[in-house]
Design a protein around this ligand. Structure first.
Ligand code: PLP
Length: 378
């Protein structure tokens, strides 16, 4: 039965339980003040410390901080030699930035379907490998790691580069190993991501040449002497203010991830099993950037969202239109991706961030279960 119940601790004027909320506190505030008072606003020791600290936490040797995750992915592709005439296989069920980074190199994004984890299906990707294929970009959607071990084998066997779009998967692991152990990965520190610097990103790599190329291109392709440039570079630098926030956030990553996992575990056991969950492969350490449910066939995903909204629960759909169906990427060459297309119609994400109170998560579960009961009894 649905009743328009509102919790005593969340009066109407407080609005929705938001789908995302940055975790920033007094330590981040102090770190920002310190930078402002130091007079060193960019290219300083905090950026270097953040790069080192974050890369180490993600299981890689090198880190190159950038002004956002989109350009981090673009630099990583360039550093792996991707350019005009090449094809790069990726998932259609991702933020459009993944495909845009590929397109900006001059390469063609080729979309293979996802599996029931909602990540790129390794055999579907293998079938699309052709003479122009140079790389695979594996997106770890919603913080649920894709099958990076199979992709590592596949790309090594076929002589391709593997680049991980781990923008949503800060801290995720496979068999206890952080994603950086499997090769080049890029992260985003956008405001809604698991840790944030407002805007920001990083390439992490174990290959020194990949890291050096990214660092060089980020900073106008400086050669060894001042104002001598040996290529056409960019300004994709991160500020010291961002890096100072990032350093504090990395220190809190374990705690932030643990809290997300606790909320997810609560939903796993307390939200109706009528909603299917994307599969989490054995040994895969999901970091719940999003907690995603699949609305049963025949039910309306949009009606679920409306009902939750009325009960004060914000929701999101990541993503409602797969990239191979987005106007800039429509092409007769695109094969259908039925699994991604179905997921785009039936998935919905509910709040899972660390700022949720116990009462909030109870409200979220009650709203979802209320919808199930009303639908089943109608
Ligand atoms: C956020 C995100 C990006 C882009 O990161 P920005 O920091 O917003 O540029 C790329 N890919 C995925 C999967 C993302 O979620």
């Amino acid at each position: 039965m649905i009743t328009a119940r509102r919790s005593a601790t969340r009066p109407a004027h407080q609005g929705l339980i938001p789908i995302a909320r940055p975790q920033l506190g007094p330590e981040e505030e102090a770190a920002v003040l310190e930078v402002m008072r130091s007079g060193v606003l960019t290219q300083g020791e905090r950026t270097r410390a953040f790069e080192q600290g974050f890369a180490t936490a993600m299981g890689a040797k090198y880190g190159v901080a950038t002004c956002n995750g989109s350009v981090a992915l673009y630099l990583a592709l360039l550093a792996h030699g991707i350019g005009p005439g090449d094809e790069v296989i990726t998932s259609p069920l991702t933020f459009i930035a993944t495909a845009n980074a590929i397109a900006h190199t001059g390469a063609l994004p080729v979309f293979a379907d996802v599996d029931d984890t909602l990540n790129l299906d390794c055999s579907a990707a293998a079938r699309l490998i052709g003479p122009r294929t140079k790389a695979i970009v594996l997106v770890h959607l919603h913080g649920n790691p894709g099958d990076v071990e199979s992709f590592k084998d596949l790309t090594e066997e076929r002589g391709l580069s593997l680049i991980q779009d781990a923008c949503q998967a800060v801290g995720a692991t496979v068999d206890g190993r952080p994603l950086g152990a499997f090769g080049t990965a890029v992260y985003s520190f956008y405001a809604t991501k698991n840790i944030t610097t407002g805007e920001g990103g990083m390439v992490i790599a174990n290959d020194a040449r990949v890291a050096q190329t990214c660092a060089r291109l980020r900073h106008q392709a400086y050669a060894d002497q001042p104002y001598v440039h040996d290529g056409i570079g960019y300004n994709f630098r991160m500020t010291e203010i961002q890096a100072a926030i990032g350093l504090v956030q990395v220190g809190r990553l374990a705690e932030i991830t643990e809290r997300r996992r606790q909320v997810a575990a609560y939903y796993d056991s307390n939200v109706s099993k009528w909603y299917r969950r994307p599969r989490v492969a054995p040994g895969h350490g999901h970091v719940y950037h999003q907690y995603t449910l699949r609305v049963p066939a025949g039910w309306s995903r949009d009606e679920v969202r409306v009902q939750l909204q009325q009960r004060g629960v914000g929701t999101g759909v990541y993503y409602p239109l797969p990239v191979h169906l987005q106007p800039p990427y429509l092409s007769p060459r695109n094969a259908p991706c039925p699994v991604a297309e179905t997921a785009a119609r039936d998935m919905v994400s509910v709040p899972v961030h660390p700022a949720l109170s116990e009462n909030d998560r109870l409200e979220v579960a009650a709203a979802l279960n209320g919808f199930t009961a009303a639908t089943l009894w109608s």
